[in-house]
Design a protein around this ligand. Structure first.
Ligand code: CP3
Length: 354
């Protein structure tokens, strides 16, 4: 395999010294980029982009051709796993994800298969190897999956939800059924992420987008426990290099100490916590990724630079920080402002790495 030309993202995750703070953006390939919208129109729809490795590779590289980003993230979706379990994922324009089948009883859950990464999700494995080949060592490639709890909410609700009415009712009415579902998802996600690592993903992130909707006790039992299980089953070294694992619970700021104990290398932070305080709370155990409010990108360049400077100063000196947004970049952002953000991170962080 080609040697990495820029490895500061992997180095920061492993707390090795870096020249400047590395940066990437969640949802960096997406609708705010006109070239993404053009590729999607050419492919037909979002799932056709995901299922065609050449298209998935093309859109993965689009943000890297515009900006000096320090990592690429596989273009795909967390809902490929429930799709491969037979639920039938589709996207209604402007409505977000939907499933043809939902899961509501113990019998539904017992019938769910554990997908085989090669056989059932081969298009994702092919996308990973195609992207690695095309990156040719420019920057590391991040693989990803959804957390069991986050995936379970989509499978039980049949799509996105504001209140998680059905999934939380199942959690309290029938905890045994919810545990079986989460256990099957943890097995599926472990195999899926290991497949991505073997295909060439150089770091992996678990998106727990809806863990923050749970009570503190339910978070531990129904979300964090299953992420811990996944982390303990992951391949942690491949091709002679460590493969860092990042856990991102949106809304997880109150629980950082216990998330830091789950065995991952890094935690993703949303924008509601102060990154300097988070650093003190987790100590030397993990690196931190985040945490600018994505809506700052609607503001003017001076304000964007000020916010980057504030977060860098709050984290302070030394390695262990990967700059990112606290959640995905939104479709309405001006691509020029994303450029201001990324350049500000590199320029303003050099002083913290002497
Ligand atoms: O970060 C990246 O650039 C990689 C690609 C990526 C996508 N989805 C592409 C996508 C990643 C990492 C995801 C993760 C994902 N998908 C999450 C976790 C992260 C988060 O945002 O909390 C979740 C919850 C999903 C489920 C999902 N996929 C929803 C709710 C939607 C519709 C709403 C939305 O935000 O667009 C999607 C569709 C989706 N996934 C799009 C993209 C680029 C937009 C589809 C389009 O082009 O119309």
């Amino acid at each position: 395999m080609t040697a990495l030309k820029n490895d500061r993202f992997l180095r920061a995750l492993l707390k090795q010294p870096v020249d400047v703070t590395p940066v990437w953006m969640m949802r960096q390939a997406g609708r705010y980029l006109p070239e993404y919208r053009a590729s999607r129109a050419q492919a037909g729809d979002f799932m056709s982009l995901c299922k065609n490795p050449e298209f998935a590779c093309e859109v993965t590289l689009q943000p890297l051709d515009r900006y000096p980003l320090d990592a690429a993230i596989l273009f795909s979706d967390i809902l490929t796993v429930p799709d491969a379990m037979g639920l039938g994922l589709y996207f209604e324009t402007g409505e977000g994800p939907r499933f043809k089948k939902t899961v509501s009883t113990m019998a539904d859950i017992e019938a769910l298969p554990i997908p085989d990464p090669q056989k059932d999700l081969g298009y994702v494995m092919d996308a990973v190897s195609t992207i690695r080949r095309e990156l040719n060592g420019r920057v590391p490639l991040i693989g990803f999956a959804g957390s069991p709890w986050t995936l379970a909410t989509y499978m039980v609700e049949g799509g996105s939800s504001k209140d998680f009415r059905k999934s939380k009712a199942m959690l309290y009415d029938n905890p045994q059924a919810m545990h079986l579902l989460l256990d099957k998802l943890a097995q599926s996600v472990t195999a899926y992420l290991n497949g991505q690592i073997l295909a060439g993903a150089q770091a992996v992130q678990i998106f727990d987008s809806w863990g923050g909707s749970l009570s503190s006790a339910a978070y531990q039992e129904f979300s964090l426990a299953y992420m811990r299980k996944i982390v303990s089953g992951l391949i942690r070294e491949h091709d002679g290099r460590k493969v860092p694992v990042i856990l991102f619970t949106k809304g997880g700021g109150l629980w950082l100490e216990s998330i830091a104990d789950a065995g991952a290398d890094a935690l993703g932070l949303d924008w509601t916590c102060d990154i300097g305080q988070a650093r003190q709370r987790v100590g030397a155990k993990v690196s931190l990724q985040g945490n600018m409010d994505p809506t700052v990108l609607y503001a003017n360049p001076t304000a964007i630079r000020q916010e980057v400077a504030r977060i860098l100063a709050s984290y302070g000196s030394g390695t262990g920080h990967v700059f990112n947004l606290g959640h995905g970049i939104t479709p309405e952002v001006d691509p020029a402002n994303a450029g201001v953000f990324i350049e500000a991170v590199h320029e303003l962080s050099a002083q913290y790495h002497q």
